[in-house]
Design a protein around this ligand. Structure first.
Ligand code: WTA
Length: 652
């Protein structure tokens, strides 16, 4: 339609105009910033290893390294021979250096309770839990699964593992029992730390109850530790299940931190890839801690009196790096909130900012787009003047959302850092440094000092638009995929050469060196900033007895970025009914978790395939987005598409 065309042209134009604009950090911000000297970029570039060694000096080491980097592509070792303990760096050293009584964690539960834990509190709890774990037989190198709500005992559990050298594997509390089971089995975890439950949008999430389902099929688990969050009903298995508070009452007050090799594993964290099986990303100790501490301090400009709030869940890498390890290693004061942004009212986040005087706020574009939709009256009703720096992560931010964030949350006074990174990268790799760089809406910025990135085409030549590649090892990089060393090499280091990391993201690079991210180029979806593999959802669907074949695509959504549209063919004898469609949605939720629920399930007589039998997802996406169909000349049976389109429209 004509009118629509004109409107969308106008939108494109205003988008471009915003993208062209640059925003300078305010003079007073610049003058007080942690990093003020633009020459850091050149200095780091001239000798990256010396730069990272300098950053590593910000940690406390039992033994210094002999070599900064040993690079046998694609295998890197950082700070070879160095010894340190992540928990010591996050807790003990602050108790000894004057931060003992400073708030480490200011916590708010969704129902409204508040707790403040000083570094001393953290020290006491962590020591005791570490001893309790030892009493239960956990040793260095053992795996501990953690399945918890956003309560202070979650970082405490992680730190207690790190203290004794156990490898933690945190499973996001929103994942289903089956997803938990698979992750426990893959890691052969000995202990599970969970809670009776947590709150989300006024509902109780019965974590221990759900975990019990998983625990039926996890022979490696010897003990379960349960934090009492509320007074939620649950079943206790004598001998296996233990209350956290009881264990702590009995535990010795001090546990000597285990001196860990820089390359000892700190944790594994599962993330979605292009197969049905999530990957256990492996992070080690020295390089990871160096990377997260340096980036946290420089990018978030953290100072002693800041109240830093990252709204992510600790179940994702953002929480690992920028709620737990980065901020605590820096001795920061961070805010932690358990629940939903719109509970009990739509202004809950802004109430929290006002009540606690939050100064640095880090969230996801999907949240910002939701705030936009809810309206400016909610932030306007609160005093947000304590804020001085804003950040985003998780997906490309559209210029309109960037502007809204800048104006309505930041009051046009707060720089915004748009931080690009991945579970695999462990730390932020592309960003601006808020005291020296200008901002350009929808552009993440430049490689962090010491990091080297390029946009390459298929042939590996530099291009203005293509794939984002990281062309030099960085300290917090993943070391491997747990139990799958070949997959590590094949997935990340074979697109070009063995020394060039393939990110799976599309990107463009402008003349000023700024990188703009264009989304994933593989079959990984980004739903509300969460990574979900299309193959995982497809596997969950075909697991249902009525399903013969399934194909899943991500379609654009104004708030969530992408939503999942599923196309399914049923087995003989099954009726494609609305009821079955709902049943399949629920089946995916049971298999993976609510975050993976398909927004729609359309039934098809057949799925469009190429002559070689590959499902043409692009075509399905066009159908689901209601677009004019793309090239279908390679299609084996062209009539399939008409049929599909008709059915999809019917079920809409
Ligand atoms: C996307 C989250 C654009 C990207 C830390 C990446 C982004 C994936 C940005 C990793 C950003 C993350 N701009 N896209 N600032 N940050 N992404 O592993 O597609 O959950 O590959 O790590 O999120 O998601 P993950």
């Amino acid at each position: 339609m004509m009118a629509d065309d004109a409107a969308s042209e106008e939108q494109d134009l205003s988008r471009l105009l915003i993208e062209e604009r640059v925003f300078q950090p305010p003079a007073d911000f610049e003058a007080a910033a942690v990093v003020q000297d633009p020459s850091v970029y050149e200095r780091a570039e001239a000798d990256p290893e010396a730069f990272w060694a300098e950053m590593a000096e910000q940690l406390d080491w039992y033994e210094k390294w002999d070599e900064v980097l040993r690079w046998d592509p694609p295998h890197a070792e950082w700070f070879v021979g160095g010894k340190l303990n992540a928990c010591y760096n996050c807790v003990d050293r602050h108790v000894h250096n004057g931060r003992r009584n400073q708030a480490a964690i200011i916590w708010e539960g969704e129902p409204g309770e508040r707790r403040t834990l000083t570094y001393w509190d953290l020290y006491q709890e962590t020591n005791k839990l570490a001893n309790a774990l030892k009493t239960l037989g956990v040793e260095k190198g053992d795996r501990v699964a953690i399945y918890m709500p956003m309560i202070p005992e979650l970082p405490i559990a992680m730190l207690a593992c790190a203290r004794i050298g156990a490898i933690h594997s945190v499973v996001f509390g929103g994942f289903s029992a089956e997803a938990l089971r698979d992750r426990i089995v893959d890691a052969e975890a000995k202990v599970l730390i969970t809670a009776d439950g947590g709150y989300r949008r006024g509902q109780i999430i019965p974590l221990k109850h759900d975990a019990d389902y998983a625990l039926r099929q996890t022979p490696s688990i010897e003990h379960v530790i349960i934090v009492e969050r509320g007074e939620f009903p649950l079943r206790i298995v004598q001998g296996r299940d233990h209350w956290y508070h009881r264990l702590l009452q009995e535990a010795e007050p001090y546990c000597e931190p285990e001196p860990m090799d820089a390359e000892d594993i700190l944790y594994t964290l599962y993330t979605s890839g292009t197969t049905g099986q999530p990957k256990g990303i492996v992070h080690t100790t020295g390089g990871y801690m160096t990377g997260v501490l340096a980036t946290l301090r420089w990018i978030f400009d953290l100072k002693q009196d800041d109240v830093y709030w990252c709204t992510a869940d600790i179940g994702w890498v953002t929480g690992h790096s920028y709620i737990v390890y980065g901020p605590l290693a820096a001795g920061a004061t961070m805010l932690m909130y358990e629940g939903a942004p719109n509970w009990p009212e739509w202004d809950r986040f802004w109430q929290i900012v006002e009540d606690h005087g939050v100064t640095v706020f880090y969230t996801a574009p999907t949240a910002i787009r939701a705030f936009m939709k809810w309206g400016t009256q909610y932030p306007q009703a609160h005093d947000l003047s304590s804020l001085r720096l804003l950040g985003t992560v998780g997906e490309p931010i559209n210029p309109e959302a960037w502007m809204w964030y800048y104006e309505h949350i930041g009051g046009e006074r707060c720089p915004i850092v748009d931080t690009w990174w991945q579970t695999e990268t462990g730390m932020i790799l592309l960003t601006t440094l808020p005291g020296i760089d200008y901002m350009r809406p929808s552009y993440a910025g430049r490689p962090f000092p010491g990091v080297s990135a390029e946009v390459l085409n298929d042939a590996g030549q530099p291009a203005t638009s293509g794939y984002l590649a990281i062309t030099r090892p960085w300290p917090a990089m993943l070391r491997t995929i747990y139990n799958e060393p070949e997959r590590y090499v094949e997935q990340y280091w074979t697109k070009w050469d063995k020394a060039t990391y393939f990110t799976s993201d599309g990107a463009k690079r402008e003349d000023d060196g700024y990188f703009g991210l264009l989304g994933r180029v593989d079959d990984v979806l980004n739903v509300s900033g969460h990574r979900i593999g299309t193959m995982e959802v497809e596997s969950a669907l075909v697991d249902h007895k009525a399903v013969a074949e399934a194909a899943v695509v991500g379609i654009a959504d104004e708030v969530k970025g992408q939503v999942i549209a599923a196309f399914v063919t049923v087995k003989e004898g099954n009726e494609p009914t609305a009821q079955l469609s709902q049943e399949l949605q629920k089946h995916v939720v049971d298999k993976i978790g609510a975050i993976a629920r398909p927004q729609s399930v359309a039934f098809a007589g057949d799925l469009p395939k190429t002559r070689s039998g590959k499902i043409m997802r692009r075509l399905l996406r066009d159908i689901a987005e209601g677009k004019v169909l793309g090239d279908i000349t390679t299609l084996a049976d062209a009539s399939v598409v008409d049929e599909l389109k008709r059915r999809y429209e019917e079920q809409e």
